[in-house]
Structures are given as structure tokens and as C-alpha cells.
Design a protein around this ligand. Structure first.
Ligand SMILES: NC(=O)c1ccc[n+]([C@@H]2O[C@H](COP(=O)([O-])OP(=O)(O)OC[C@H]3O[C@@H](n4cnc5c(N)ncnc54)[C@H](OP(=O)(O)O)[C@@H]3O)[C@@H](O)[C@H]2O)c1
Length: 290
């Protein structure tokens, strides 16, 4: 039976990236819908669950994407609410690559830093989907998480999203531009730049040779890079006293995790892959590769 993936994207144009990765992960057909709102979800899910008998429903799965993390969470909730009895299909939420990228970045940073309980983690420009998920994963690991934003309201909105979904200790600070990075990074032990492509937000003087800082990572692969002096291929190399992870090193792991997750959607019909469960998949991948 053909493996069918329903791609529900909250953005107007469904992500081409997510679609290609779905094919590369084993989907035989990807049905892509853009501009999806909460009201659209129930009938689209009914289309999935009423077409194949319960024992064949593992051959149909749903991938939720789009640029807005909060909307992605609403679509995921709407999809699960449409299920009943044995009429379920597996679901994955990865708005803008948020979960898979954050899981990959956090896994590498945790491997380098060890136990982060009580440690201060700064997520620069942490109000986007990747930053919000990374903040949540660090908060869940017991870190004291700080999100930066250019605007106080956006920072508070992201903080609320993280705290509501993951709990833990999270606060937001305003960082209008890279000139403020020295102050923002001052007491951090781990720093992750989650800012947009092609914007340098952390100059070298903000992180190099700072005794408190142990690990720094950047997910922006587009020049100018997000952290000055951290190269995309850096994969744990120590520079100026700090372990460094660049966007391609993180991206390689992200791709492995993303593909493994899509493949797993077709192994059963009741899997829900979100931040924590995607982190479990990453841990299992790491264990099998050791
Ligand atoms: N390496 C990988 O495998 C991989 C995979 C997926 C994504 N990515 C990268 O991950 C990063 C984060 O993605 P995302 O979708 O979460 O990011 P995003 O939503 O595009 O941006 C994150 C935040 O950056 C701030 N921002 C936007 N424009 C800015 C500017 N000109 N100057 C300073 N701050 C600005 C905004 O926060 P405020 O308005 O609150 O300041 C925004 O919420 C991107 O660089 C993306 O390319 C990497």
C-alpha cells in the first residue's frame, strides 16, 4: 500500500523543503496544502481516517508545518481532536523546521555542556519557531533560559508560549541589535543564535574568551553568519575557550532526525512527533550510531 503524507502548512505556500524531505524519507506521495487554518483541519483529517481500514491507517500520516509555531500547535491540537477510536493516523509538527532543528542544536550543545540544570542559556532572537522550541527543550532540561527579542512584547509572547508548553524557568530580555550582544551574553554559560538567515547578531567580542561561557551555537547558515567567528562546519571545536557548533554541523543532524521521524510516521498509526518525542528519536539515532 502506498505511503501517503498529508502536508498541512499554515503558510500560504506549503514548504518545498518539507515536501522534498518527505519524499526522501520514504513517502510515496505528498499531498500539500497551504494557508491551513484550524477550521480546515477536521475535514482534511477525516479524509485521512475514513479512506483506509484501521489496520492500514499506518500508511497515511500528517505533517504540520508553516512559519508560525503557535498556529502549528493549534493545527496539531485540531488534528488530534478529530480522531476517535481506532481512527487515528500518525502526526508530526515541525513548523519551519523548528522541532528538528532545535532538537539537533540542543542535542549537540547538551553533549558538549553536560548537565544544564540551573545553568544560564541565552537564545538570541529566540522568538521564531526554532528559538521557541530550543528554549523549551533547554527549560525542560532544567536550564535557566533567557530569550532575546528586538521588541519587549514579542519576547514576552514567546516566553509565554514556552512556559505554557514546557514549564521551567524562562524569561525574555530586549536586545535591539548586535551592539547589545556583549551585555546580553555576559552571564550566559550556553548561547544559541536562532536569528534569521543572513543576519549577524553575536559579534566575536560578545563570546570569545569569556570564562563563564562554555558552548556557543549558530543555526544561520547564510552569510553573514549569526555568530561571528563560528564557521558553519564547526562541530564542537574549541575556539577562544568555547565549544563551537555551526549551522551545517547542526543541519546534518537535523536532516537525519527529520528523515528518521517521517519514516517512523509510517510504522504505526498513533505516533505524535513533537519536540519531546522528536528528541527521543534523536537519542535513539545517537545510540544506534555509537
Ligand atoms: N541549520 C539548519 O538546519 C536550519 C534549519 C531550519 C532553520 N534554520 C535557521 O534557523 C534560524 C531560525 O529560524 P526561524 O524560522 O525560527 O527564524 P525567524 O522566525 O525567521 O527569525 C527568528 C527571530 O529573529 C528576529 N529577527 C527577524 N529579523 C531580524 C533582523 N533583521 N535582525 C535581528 N533580528 C531579527 C525575530 O525576532 P524579534 O522580532 O522578536 O526580534 C524573529 O522572531 C534561521 O536562521 C533559519 O535559517 C536552520
Amino acid at each position: 500500500m502506498r505511503k501517503l503524507l498529508l502536508q498541512l502548512d499554515s503558510s500560504r505556500l506549503p514548504s518545498v523543503f518539507d515536501r522534498i524531505v518527505a519524499y526522501d524519507s520514504g513517502a510515496d506521495e505528498v499531498m500539500s496544502y497551504g494557508g491551513i487554518t484550524e477550521a480546515d483541519v477536521r475535514d482534511l483529517i477525516y479524509g485521512c481516517i475514513f479512506t483506509r481500514g484501521p489496520k492500514d491507517l499506518k500508511h497515511t500520516a500528517v505533517f504540520i508545518g508553516g512559519s508560525d509555531m503557535a498556529v502549528g500547535e493549534v493545527l496539531l491540537a485540531a488534528a488530534t481532536q478529530a480522531f476517535f477510536g481506532p481512527f487515528t493516523v500518525s502526526l508530526m509538527l515541525d513548523s519551519n523546521g523548528s522541532n528538528t532543528t532545535a532538537v539537533a542544536a540542543v542535542a549537540k550543545m547538551l553533549q558538549a555542556a553536560g548537565d544544564v540544570r540551573g545553568k544560564r542559556v541565552l537564545i538570541v532572537a529566540g522568538t521564531g519557531p526554532v528559538g521557541i522550541r530550543a528554549a523549551g527543550l533547554f527549560a525542560r532540561a532544567g536550564a535557566e533560559v533567557i530569550i532575546t527579542s528586538r521588541k519587549a512584547e514579542a519576547g514576552e509572547r514567546a516566553r509565554d508560549l514556552v512556559a505554557k508548553r514546557f514549564g521551567g524557568t524562562v524569561r525574555a530580555v530586549t536586545m535591539p541589535d548586535a551592539a547589545e550582544a556583549v551585555r546580553a551574553c555576559k552571564d550566559a554559560e550556553l548561547v544559541l543564535n536562532a536569528g534569521p538567515a543572513g543576519v549577524m547578531l553575536v559579534p566575536k567580542q560578545a563570546w570569545a574568551n569569556r570564562p563563564r561561557l562554555k558552548v556557543i551555537a549558530d543555526v544561520n547558515a547564510v552569510p553573514p553568519l549569526g555568530v561571528e567567528g563560528v564557521e558553519p562546519t564547526d562541530d564542537g571545536v574549541t575556539k577562544d575557550g568555547v565549544r563551537c557548533f555551526g549551522a551545517l554541523a547542526i543541519g546534518n543532524l537535523k536532516m537525519k532526525v527529520h528523515k528518521a521521524c517521517v519514516a517512523r510516521l509510517f510504522e504505526r498509526n498513533d505516533l505524535v512527533l513533537d519536540a519531546e518525542t522528536i528528541a527521543d528519536v534523536a537519542r535513539e539515532l545517537a545510540a544506534t550510531q555509537q
